[in-house]
Design a protein around this ligand. Sequence first.
Ligand SMILES: [Zn+2]
Length: 368
Amino acid sequence: MNMVDNKSGPKLVSLLLFGACLGLAPSRVFAWGYVGHRAVGILAQQRLTPQALSAVQAILGQNDQGQDVGLADVATCPDDVKYAKQDPYTCAGAFELASGEQSAFGTVQIPWKASSSWHFANVPNSASPTAADIEQYCQDNTNGNPAKKCVMAQIKYDIQILETPGESLGNRQMALMFLTHFVGDEHQPLHVNDDNDWGGNKKKVIFEGKPWNLHSLWDDVFTPRYGAMTETGAAQAADSSDLAAKLDQDLGNRDTSAWTSIPDLPDEAAVESFDIAKNVIRPVYAQDYDPSQNAAVLGPDYVKQMQPIAYEQLEKAGVRLAYILNQIFAQPLIAPAPVVKSKASFEKALGGVLNFSFLKGAAWDGGN
Ligand SMILES: [Zn+2]
């Protein structure tokens, strides 16, 4: 069975605000909808080394307004491209994906339905996976993407593309877009745990009197303005900045090295998510399940209990994404950084300084 992203939850506009467990401004946030994904991108970008930041900016370039595109901007593209109606699809106003394009991820299709299965892993709730064996639940792709159909394998593939010398700019843009999104998805516990219910999409929830499902509740409902999944543009960006600031404040100067000093980060992170779903989210669901309504009836107590877990998952996603990118781009892109005016001078600068040829032969629009 496949999980599906459920973006059809009701708009909850009149809910009471709760004091956050973290002593921050009142709001409830544990979203992996647009707002959560953007927040992970913001957290990660704040933690990039100067070298990694330069590389990210060189890959993502600028949008059609002439502004630098960041990780937060591309974080939601992989969800959008699954449903995009316009072909070519433009990610973050910066780069295009067009049907028929041959990429490292197979033939691009708009809408790119085949990419849907890369966002999660159907690990059965009855299993007890370890990092050594969790990828046994990943199936082969059939659409030209050589990596398996699950979020951990796709994260590893994105890293590989970003590390490959001479890889085209187009493939690197896609890899960075997917990586940013998938590291977020992987930390949503119900993206890595399935109980024959599409990762909780088939488990009904009544949250403060309104119908939801368990997966979409975890994806979307606790955004700062309730219903942020229907927000666009500025409202989304404002909410995600707000969320990222809260998470950053919560992180403070905490030592998070244990989150990254693990040998197989993508698979370890997947196991952590799985365990949260199995040991916390599903037992609590069962406890709050009301057979007469065929749903778990949830309210403020659920938020109090789950919010710290959700916050930490988002924080881990941001910290780990930064760590991965800092590792990939450990070499300085250009040192010392010259002013780059054109593709030719950029390549000359790169080629003259170090063996970092990922943009060679790629489309380069110049820019400053
Ligand atoms: Zn996703």
